[in-house]
Design a binder for this molecule. Structure first.
Ligand code: GRG
Length: 256
């Protein structure tokens, strides 16, 4: 668990929780705990995604993947334990004194990570023959990658006990960011540098993605369009949304 969680990584998801929480005046300590839960889920998904039965990768965050450094059983169990840890963290009173808020964090993260979120998206991703068009690619990527990013953006309003409109705004921002982030990931796979990325690249050329369907140039344009749409969702916050807008920009300009 430490090998995967402590060895590098951009910590984008905890940063996103911290930024959406800060926008709504949530104490930083609570946001960091919710962000930690998101990172545990993310790391679990990376460990399992790298397994031979899935993407079969030997390098992650510049180091051997867990099943290569240890063995497959250890990798499966490390992922399982991180998943349990995430929900355990959210159930602790340090996250929020109100049990209803904690319960909503747990419920929504379960939805984002389960069959209607990451796990379902990954299942669809393993069946590429069924994803010939951009709408299906967008759906798969929104679930596999976007659902957790969306949850991170929504965690601020949940922690703040914000109203439905505010929650919808941040969730929509997260959905645009999540899709833009995955397009950038596919562009990185096509154009990036392995040493900087810390993982094997050019493995997904045959897989349906915005890059393989639309081409590199149109995929860049679509990622840019989504960053603009993400910013539009936050227009009413003015300059206070500066960090969230900077995160969206970073998502599509990153080199790792
Ligand atoms: C969570 C219940 C549950 C199941 C997970 C294996 C799986 C099911 C889903 C795979 C999801 C996955 C790995 C999507 C790819 C997302 C992605 C682009 C990851 C890279 O994220 P970065 O660049 O990585 O933020 P770092 O290393 O910087 O944290």
């Amino acid at each position: 668990m430490r090998h995967a969680a402590m060895g590098g990584g951009k910590r984008l998801r905890p940063l996103l929780v911290a930024a959406s929480a800060e926008l709504l005046g949530v104490p930083r300590e609570r946001a960091l705990r919710a962000g930690l839960a998101a990172e545990c889920i993310h790391v679990q998904s990376l460990i399992h995604d790298d397994l031979p039965c899935m993407d079969d990768d030997d390098l992650r965050r510049g180091r051997p993947t867990v099943h290569c450094a240890y063995d497959e059983a250890t990798a499966v169990l490390a992922g399982d334990a991180l998943l349990s840890l995430a929900f355990g963290i959210l159930a602790e009173t340090d996250v929020h004194p109100d049990g209803e808020v904690r319960c909503e964090l747990v419920r929504s993260l379960a939805a984002a990570s389960g069959a209607g979120g990451m796990a379902g998206g990954q299942m669809m991703d393993l069946m590429p023959a069924e994803q010939a068009d951009p709408l299906i690619v967008a759906k798969v990527q929104s679930l596999k990658t976007g659902a957790l990013i969306e949850w991170c953006a929504e965690a601020g309003p949940i922690l703040a006990g914000a109203d439905g409109e505010e929650r919808r705004r941040l969730k929509r921002y997260g959905a645009c960011l999540g899709l833009a982030f995955q397009i950038a990931d596919d562009l990185l796979d096509a154009e990036g540098d392995e040493a900087a990325a810390g993982k094997r690249l050019r493995k997904d050329a045959d897989k349906p993605s915005f890059v393989s369907i639309l081409g590199v140039e149109a995929a860049h344009q679509e990622a840019e369009r989504l960053v603009g749409e993400a910013a539009d969702c936050l227009a009413s916050y003015g300059a206070r949304a500066g960090l969230l807008n900077a995160i969206a920009r970073f998502a599509v300009t990153r080199s790792c």
